[in-house]
Design a protein around this ligand. Structure first.
Ligand code: PLP
Length: 395
């Protein structure tokens, strides 16, 4: 197809890269269609079914006709449940007019980016990073500024390095904890320093907490928002039902923020999707209010799988793998093979029938690493490790 216009698409999208994650999924699907057995450890979603009682709440809502537009920011019942959840999890008290319901954590973060960032702004984030974060910053016209995290420091965010990246153009800092792809958590004391030192400049702090319930070590707690409460006029907390309740395809996310930001975001929602589908919001109420027992079961299972996978990977010569505290990914170091992460990703897909992601899908500092999801059965993880070991032996 040819166009007469020199630049047929928007400049805005010209700055955005296609998703590398999607490319691996498509390549795995192509191989499967050719009859090749592929174990997919690339996916960023739980392999569990959405708990039955949550699904039923959605079905009942449809059957009772709860299928019309709702308020842009969501139904009061769900906003109440969100507010209660932040209170019980973090002891942070928000009003219902400070809660926002969106079609996924991703859309919530997108709306925040559109509502806060402008052309010429700098927005600091950490890397290796979930690629959507910088792409959303670019879509909003701003420039992402990357602050590196290091395996030697368990990929933790160090406040001092974040603060070193601050300039007069810094509009916001976007942090993700537990982190995709590294599983690292942000420590409360680091966040405390960031909050204190950015007060005068009034820099926004956006916390992507979409994996917040997937914590695997009893010694670890996730108390960030206790600190955040001190700076609530410039802090935004974003959460999601996707990973916690195995609801990725439902598309349900939420956030809390100061009420005037919520009003700005409502303008975006009314002019794009109008609202999150009503029956999905009803399922969300069930998840947030009655989902605790399902979470305990899933998190227990994830922990067993993580322990198993980390142990197996560390037994493969030339791989070293940290034991991450949260989410459902490991990020092993494969530098000793003398090949790039992209080459190893490609090789393992073709030679071993194991789909996983090159660390460079998460920025250039992911070079030398792979992201492997353990949202898969122990049987599949066992077979995948056997195949990986055999294929890497030949490298
Ligand atoms: N934040 C991170 C770090 C993620 O990895 C994801 C999804 O992969 C999300 C947010 C958004 O998830 P969802 O839009 O399904 O709520």
């Amino acid at each position: 197809m040819s166009f007469h216009m020199p630049m047929p698409f928007s400049r805005r999208l010209g700055r955005v890269k296609p998703s590398q994650t999607q490319e691996v999924t498509l390549a795995a699907q192509r191989l499967r269609r050719q009859g090749v057995s592929v174990i997919d450890l690339g996916a960023g979603e739980p392999d569990f079914q959405t708990p039955d009682h949550i699904g039923q709440a959605g079905i009942e809502a449809i059957q009772t006709g709860f299928t019309k537009y709702t308020a842009n920011a969501g139904i009061p019942e769900l906003k109440d449940a969100v507010v209660e959840r932040y209170l019980s999890d973090y002891n942070v008290r928000y009003g219902v007019d400070e809660a926002m319901i969106c079609a996924g954590g991703k859309q919530a973060l997108f709306n925040v980016a559109m509502a806060l960032f402008d052309s010429g702004d700098e927005v600091i984030t950490h890397t290796p990073v979930w690629p959507t974060i910088p792409e959303q910053i670019k879509l909003a016209g701003a420039n992402p500024i990357f602050v590196r995290t290091y395996a030697e420091e368990r990929f933790r965010v160090v406040a001092e390095r974040i603060l070193d990246a601050v300039t007069p153009r810094t509009k916001a800092i976007v942090l993700n904890s537990p982190c995709n792809p590294t599983g690292a958590l942000i420590e409360e004391k680091e966040l405390e320093v960031i909050v204190q030192k950015t007060e005068e400049a009034g820099i926004w702090l956006v916390l992507d907490l979409c994996y917040e319930r997937l914590l695997h070590d009893d010694a670890v707690s996730h108390n960030l928002p206790r600190v955040v409460d001190k700076a609530r006029d410039r802090v935004v907390l974003i959460g999601s039902a996707s990973k916690t309740y195995a609801m990725t395809g439902w598309r349900l996310g939420f956030g809390v923020m100061r009420p005037d930001l919520q009003v700005q975001i409502s303008k975006l929602v009314t002019n794009s999707v109008s609202c999150t589908p009503p029956f999905i919001q009803k399922a969300g109420v069930k998840a947030l209010k009655n989902g605790a027992s399902s979470i305990i079961k899933m998190v227990g299972e994830f922990r067993d799988r993580r322990d198993f996978l980390v142990k197996e990977l560390n037994q493969i010569p030339r791989i070293s793998c940290l034991n991450p505290h949260g989410a459902f990914y490991v990020f092993p170091n494969v530098k000793a093979f003398g090949k790039s992460s992209d080459e190893i990703e490609d090789y393992l897909l073709k030679e071993a029938g194991v789909a996983l992601l090159s660390g460079t899908s998460f920025g250039k500092f992911g070079e030398g690493y792979l992201r492997i999801s353990y949202a898969n059965s122990i049987e599949n993880l066992t077979e995948a490790c056997r195949r990986i070991r055999k294929a890497l032996n030949n490298l």
